[in-house]
Write a protein that binds this ligand. Structure first.
Ligand code: NDP
Length: 312
């Protein structure tokens, strides 16, 4: 098994951008697709905020273009997932889902984060059809429409306030009688004339009345068990994200929420870089992920040059 110069793990905006930069620098990167080639953007419809596309572009189309651009400069792809790693190198070793092992002198981890969903079958069916986990991505589709946000943390507060720019009304649904969010963020929600909070309430079912678009929610009061219906055209699930760090656990410094700690994409292990949502609990945008993918590729290039791979 020959040791690769650079392996990039993950094919979201961060992974593809890292690959474009690394391939153009003659590093012949190997890009491992992961579970969801194209990443989170493949679950959104129209992307209106990625610079360069004034008419908008669909998430899957944008990611396909990035893939083509990475391929054009010589990126090689592996259609598998990383299940384990040994980061004591270099070389760093990776185990794939099919049992193969790979090794590389530098790694860029761009495995992203997975939005947590409630797990209701009706919710899963309607993702991209009224159910979303990203207000910045999809909020503008709900101008003058009633919508709901689920969650009680800072993300839910931020999304609820942001969505008031578009929606006629935002109903915030929280399963307890107190927010987890910081006081300042919670106060913004509680004082907002367009936001109504439903405390002690969970979503029992997302309703589509056979239209295949969200038309409402069946809510359950957790204290009384009473069921009610709320008419909304959109549901934003904001109950947290899970950074995808499982194959590297115990080997890299993480923040308390489980995100990889990275300084200019450099992790706690020299030669291992992190880009995109796996190291970003705050911005989580395609364009910031792409930007950090570029940074990681430039950092990896520098690191490999110092290892003696020549000036790329
Ligand atoms: P959190 O884990 O902080 O909050 C998740 C919320 O979702 C909680 O209120 C939780 O309820 C609720 N929840 C979780 N699972 C379910 C479920 N199955 N059904 C119903 N409700 C559920 O995640 P966030 O994404 O809000 O925040 C993550 C981190 O990012 C935090 O540290 C936060 O402070 C930070 N952040 C900071 C921002 C800022 O400062 N501008 C903006 C956004 C995030 P319960 O409370 O009952 O557990």
């Amino acid at each position: 098994m020959a040791t690769e110069k650079l392996i990039i793990i993950g094919t979201g905006a961060a992974g593809y951008t890292a690959a474009i930069y690394a391939a153009r620098a003659n590093l012949a990167p190997l890009l491992i697709d992961g579970l969801q080639p194209g990443g989170q953007l493949t679950t959104t419809t129209e992307v209106e905020n990625f610079p360069g596309f004034p008419k908008g572009i669909t998430g899957p189309e944008l990611m396909e273009l990035m893939r083509q651009q990475a391929e054009k400069f010589g990126t090689r792809f592996v259609a598998d997932v990383v299940t384990g790693s040994d980061l004591s190198g270099p070389p760093f070793k990776l185990t794939l889902g099919n049992g193969d092992t790979l090794s590389a002198d530098a790694l860029i981890i761009a495995t992203g984060a997975t939005a947590k969903y409630l797990g209701l079958p009706s919710e899963q069916k309607l993702i991209g059809r009224g159910v979303s986990a990203c207000a910045t991505c999809d909020g503008a589709f709900y101008r003058n429409k009633p919508i709901a946000v689920a969650g009680g943390g800072d993300t839910a507060m931020e999304e609820a306030v942001y969505l008031t720019r578009f929606a006629s009304k935002v109903t915030l649904i929280h399963r307890r009688d107190a927010f987890r969010a910081s006081k300042i963020m919670a106060d913004r929600v509680l004082q907002h004339p367009k936001i109504e909070v439903r405390w002690n309430t969970v979503i029992d079912e997302v309703l589509d009345v056979a239209k295949n678009d969200v038309t409402g929610l069946r809510l359950k009061d957790v204290k009384t068990g009473a069921l009610s219906t709320l008419d909304v055209t959109g549901l934003f699930v904001a109950i947290g994200h899970q950074p995808n760090v499982e194959p590297f656990k115990g080997q890299l410094d993480l923040n308390p929420a489980g995100y990889i700690l990275a300084q200019n994409t450099r992790t706690s292990r020299p030669g291992v870089f992190a880009a995109g949502d796996v190291q970003d609990p705050l911005y989580r945008q395609a364009i910031t992920a792409a930007g950090s993918g570029c940074m990681a590729a430039l950092e990896a290039q520098q690191y490999l040059a110092e290892l003696g791979h020549g000036k790329a």
